[in-house]
Design a protein around this ligand. Structure first.
Ligand SMILES: [Fe+2]
Length: 213
C-alpha cells in the first residue's frame, strides 16, 4: 500500500493519497490547499482515484474539494454522505473496498460533530482529532468529553503499531504511532477526563513549562 503525505499549505495542512499498489485504486484524504498537486501525482503514477474523503467539514480541509472532484470525477465525502459510486453511506464502522484493501470509517466526534478518522490497513488518518503530541481544539464542555471518549475508546484501542497520520503538521514529527501517542501525548497520558479538560484549560502554560512549540 502506498501512503503519500502532502504538506499542502494553509495552517501546515496535510493531504494524503493512499493507493492499493496491486490494483492502482486510490483514495484522497483532505485535498485542502493542494488538490492539483495530489491529483497530478495520482495521474502521473497511474493511480485511479476512487474516493475523496474529508476528515471533517472545516474549510481548511475541504477547500480543495471542487478542484479534486473536477480532476477525478469522484465526489468528496464527509460523514453522512452516500458515495454515489457504491451506494455506501459514510458512517461509523462503514467499510469501503479499495482494490484489495479496505477502508474503515471511525466516527470520532469532538473537534467537530462530524469528525472521522479513516483506517486503511495499518494507517490511521486522524484529521483534527489527533495530532502528533497534541489533540484537536475543542471547548471545555460536551465537545471535550466527546473528544476524550473518541480518543480513548476508539483510537487508543487500535493495535499499538498502527501508524498515525494527522491533518496538520503541528508536532515534532509528521507522523506517529498509536503506541507512541499513548505513551507520550500529554493529553493521552492524563489519568481521567477531568485532568484531560484541565490540561486543555492550562495548555498554554503547560507548553511553556515543557518547551512545546
Ligand atoms: Fe478542523
Amino acid at each position: 500500500m502506498l501512503v503519500k503525505q502532502f504538506l499542502t499549505g494553509g495552517d501546515r495542512n496535510f493531504g494524503y493519497l493512499i493507493a492499493d499498489e496491486a490494483t492502482k485504486e486510490a483514495a484522497i484524504i483532505d485535498p485542502s490547499y493542494a488538490p492539483e498537486l495530489i491529483c497530478n501525482f495520482a495521474l502521473e503514477k497511474g493511480y485511479k482515484v476512487k474516493y475523496i474523503f474529508n476528515t471533517h467539514d472545516h474549510f481548511d480541509h475541504t477547500n480543495g474539494n471542487e478542484t479534486a472532484e473536477h480532476m477525478t470525477g469522484v465526489k468528496a465525502l464527509v460523514l453522512g454522505d452516500v458515495d454515489p459510486a457504491t451506494g455506501i453511506t459514510i458512517s461509523d464502522g462503514t467499510i469501503l473496498p479499495l482494490g484489495n484493501i479496505k477502508v474503515k470509517i471511525i466516527h470520532t466526534p469532538g473537534h467537530t460533530k462530524d469528525s472521522i478518522c479513516i483506517l486503511i490497513e495499518n494507517a490511521l488518518f486522524t484529521g483534527d482529532t489527533l495530532f502528533v503530541g497534541k489533540v484537536g481544539g475543542t471547548g471545555f464542555g460536551d465537545d471535550a468529553i466527546q473528544e476524550y471518549q473518541s480518543l480513548n475508546e476508539k483510537l487508543m484501542t487500535l493495535p499499538k503499531e498502527t501508524r498515525v497520520f494527522p491533518g496538520h503538521n503541528v508536532g515534532v514529527a509528521p507522523e506517529s504511532t498509536i503506541e507512541n501517542e499513548r505513551k507520550t501525548n500529554p493529553f493521552l497520558i492524563q489519568p481521567d477526563l477531568d485532568s484531560f479538560i484541565d490540561l486543555k484549560k492550562n495548555w498554554l502554560q503547560y507548553k511553556k513549562e515543557h518547551g512545546i512549540e
